[in-house]
Design a protein around this ligand. Sequence first.
Ligand code: NAP
Length: 362
Amino acid sequence: MSKKILSVLFKGGEYNTPKLLGSAENALGLKKFFEENGRSLVSTSDKGSTIDEHIKDAEIVISTPFNPVYIDQKRIESAKNLKLLVTAGVGSDHIDLDYIQKSGRKISVLEVTGSNTTSVAEHAVLTILSLIKNFIPAHESIKGDNWDIARISRDAYDLEGKTIATIGAGRIGYKILERLVPFKPKELLYYDYQPLSEELRSKVNATRIDSIEELVSKADIVTVNAPLHSGTKGLINKELLSKFKDGAYLVNTARGAIAVPEDVAAALKSGKLSGYGGDVWYPQPPPANHPWRTMSNVYGDGNAMTPHISGSNLDAQARYSLGVKNILTSYFTGKLDYRPQDIILLDGQYVTKAYGADKVKK
Ligand code: NAP
């Protein structure tokens, strides 16, 4: 039986340092661990021919949402020895999970739940603040010699007194709500399948709104924190955007494909949205002509876009590297005593409710 691990991470290249555990070169700091467990390793950032060649006889594939390799039906079909897919991070939508289930193959998929939730929550709050303070255009403006206060101030606000809504109040969504409380918002709102427990809800004084249309119509700022699945793909589209408050801000650190790029760009151009921020795209990296690379609001600026970095700072890398090691320890020893919250598919069967063909709006 093949003992090959294929790991597909981001390229460290000229910026690689030993601390950058998440790079392909450093392979999560686990090279010795793999060796000690009798595995050979192919670690790459290439998402093309190297994958097609090595996935064929790989037993384990480790991948990351930050430089996602799309593990589609064709690749899974070619991976005759595949037993385990591990996501170094949170969010396994780059894997065709439904196909694995339908195929009847005993492949398990796990991710390191919680490993970067704080990192993303902080980034979402940073993005909200950057947008409403018009921070990035202000920073850019100092490169010239114009001391143009009016240009920035005409579109800059306080967070205090604003209504902020999250679509999804799970680990990240809730942490964002917690971090927003000290800013004294007018109201915190959430839309999710399940209500928060009264204990959690009362700590952030958030109100659950049953209808997503109503939620977005009430909010000055909307933040997206739901997984990408069949019920959220293209959720932020022209129709839903038309229900947003005029001049609202939208922050999406969940997944790029939850929003329709052209519709978001049009909403900014028309003034429906004042700003869009986030660090998730589809595909990743996006093509040169992806609308989000160049879109702007009515003032010619207003966005806060980054490459997919929010969940992969050094603290997050240390946590998801350890999480991958724990998952593999459980696998190598044959105990399979995985943390329940890490399991997406076990032997080809869904364990989580978070993904899956039947995951549609209830
Ligand atoms: P989580 O704890 O599972 O929370 C997600 C919440 O969204 C759950 O309460 C879920 O409800 C809810 N939900 C699912 N579909 C929904 C919908 N259509 N409308 C409203 N709520 C919905 O996950 P998390 O750790 O907070 O992460 C959320 C997502 O963030 C991940 O799936 C991933 O895509 C993304 N993420 C991004 C980064 C980054 O680096 N940018 C890092 C980590 C995660 P149920 O439990 O009932 O399904």
